[in-house]
Design a protein around this ligand. Sequence first.
Ligand code: NOJ
Length: 550
Amino acid sequence: MTQHLAAPAAAPTSGTRTDWWRGAVIYQVYPRSFADADGDGMGDLAGVRTRLPYLKDLGVDAVWLSPFYASPQADAGYDVADYRAVDPMFGTLHDADALIRDAHGLGLRVIVDLVPNHSSDRHDWFRRALREGPGSPLRDRYHFRPGKGEHGELPPNDWESIFGGPAWTRVEDGEWYLHLFAPEQPDFNWDHPAVHDEFRSILRFWLDLGVDGFRVDVAHGLVKAPGLPDIGHHDQLKLLGSDTMPFFDQDGVHEVYRSWRQVLAEYAGDRILVAEAWTPTVERTALYVRPDEMHQAFNFQYLGTHWDAAELRKVIDTSLAAMRPVGAPATWVLSNHDVTRHATRFANPAGLGTQLRTPGDRALGLRRARAATLLMLALPGSAYLYQGEELGLPDVTDLPDEVRQDPSFHRAQGQDGFRDGCRVPIPWTKDGSSYGFGAGGSWLPQPEGWGELSVQAQTGDPGSTLELYREALRVRRARPGLGAGSALTWLDAPEGVLAFGREGFVCTANTTADPVRVPAPGTVLLASGPVEVTGPEVELPADTTVWWAV
Ligand code: NOJ
């Protein structure tokens, strides 16, 4: 791609401080579903650009954009055919450049997604590898192997794909290639120096364009155990969260991130790496954010925690304790494009996992979601928001199977895979075509009544979830101590209630289904539901979080 661009967009200057990311609130934009400027039913970069003032006004520090690169979209862009090009469905490189410039002009940072575990099967290297046949040097950049069995008719090992079925596909000449995800996503061979060189070059390409960092997809998967050993049993997905697999969380991955950290160090402006690393424990996650590796890692243990005071306290304590020795901030997240939105998770009985198809009790889910957000935003460290959660959006649980596009749904064979429900384009206006998402339709159907949840409908309504987020982020900005550091002080509280203090501030969260009476620790700054202080005591309503100035 030879588009010529002006000098790179400078990082925000107003309010710039080093280590800006330690307490940052980072908003995930899923470009397909955020805003559609050209009316083709698919969100695009120009659409994101028009909505940057909304994000500024919301009060976030940075925007993370899910992939918008050239891709056949077998996995919604997590199958990249050209890492240096923008897919025409999302716009052009000039749109990306303009978006970064505008964001910086508004004081917002921009983080892009990097997908280094696998490419698309349409990537030039993979196509050449297929064309050139067994023994071609291009095949060494992926994991090609002869099959087992008399005629090589069996896969080289017993690994299963995260999206269901075997992790191997056989090509016409009889060899097999490895894909931990869909067959259209062949895994790179990170033992090959050309793969390292290529990704360092891709990092520089986007850093030159001015991005402030990278969210690294499947950061735990790049390096595979030597010899690609069998696992020895089926249903491997069930072990992913708890056991170390020969394809995940291998110690060799850390060398890659040390080398990337050095690339970032060549650039001015405090750029960051964020690990999407699913590991068995927060202690294993902490290894990705040692001082010479990445800056942050998603806290999926927190995302998977139920709305339960004891469980929450435990995960908060273990997360802070795991990050402290490596000096990285803890991070907190409740929703993203891979899991059922938390307003729907909390609407259902606990223990059903993060892929649900049942709407549950929506009022309960929303009440808990609002309370969970205030709790999260009071914790020390950085917080991630997923587009639409500020509107209290539920998952769309009744999408007909024929409109679903998630490859994990179509290959699931009895596993989960309902990720389309959190990817439905978001509503901006009460009425109108696709509720203001764009002038055309929307690539996934929006449910009836979506407009009542729109930005337009909620703006100015003091009881709305959008105004709660705006106010929470305003208070957080006014008290930078809230996101800073790695310590909090637990205060005495009845069972089912969390109470902790931080510099002139107390947070109380009642996770139970009943009101609880406690001493009022100060004056109310913000509450996720109606709360009345009477004298020295306060009755915390069920599923409600309150912020106090003390
Ligand atoms: C994690 C991404 O978040 C998910 O959407 C994707 O399907 C897999 N990685 C594979 O790239």
